[in-house]
Design a protein around this ligand. Structure first.
Ligand SMILES: O=C(CO)COP(=O)(O)O
Length: 127
């Protein structure tokens, strides 16, 4: 299954910190990661293998939205920064909308992502 990871600039450190708590799960053979460009670079530096897409403002969110619409994404973790403005807000809204259209689990903060990943852990490992 493919998990999409996205973090606005003010949340990139939170994303790396969050993923570090699930290293074992995320190295599972059945899991692949993809991310918007700059988020992906941060994740890679933290020791994960990740498919890097375009940077968010250049179309990365839209690429993930398209993959979600084609049922190629199992989970989206998108740590948004609600205190900042984003020139590509329409792309962000498109991605959030398509996750709901296609019933794709979507975490927009670490507390929700934690619940989803713990559920996934149970599903894959049974503990
Ligand atoms: O802007 C983003 C999400 O909307 C994230 O893009 P980057 O990972 O390229 O910074």
């Amino acid at each position: 299954m493919k998990i999409a990871l996205i973090a606005h600039d003010g949340k990139k450190a939170d994303m790396v910190h969050f993923l570090s708590g699930f290293k074992q799960l995320l190295h599972h053979a059945d899991i692949t990661l993809c991310a918007t460009g700059t988020t992906g670079t941060h994740i890679e530096k933290a020791g994960f293998q990740v498919e890097k897409l375009l940077s968010g403002p250049l179309g990365g969110d839209a690429q993930i939205a398209a993959m979600a619409a084609q049922k190629e994404i199992a989970i989206v973790v998108f740590f948004r920064d609600p205190l900042d403005k984003h020139p590509h807000e329409p792309d962000v809204q498109m991605l959030l909308r398509l996750c709901d259209v296609h019933n794709i689990p979507l975490a927009t903060n670490p507390a929700t992502a934690d619940l989803i990943f713990n559920g996934l852990q149970l599903k894959l490992h049974g503990n």
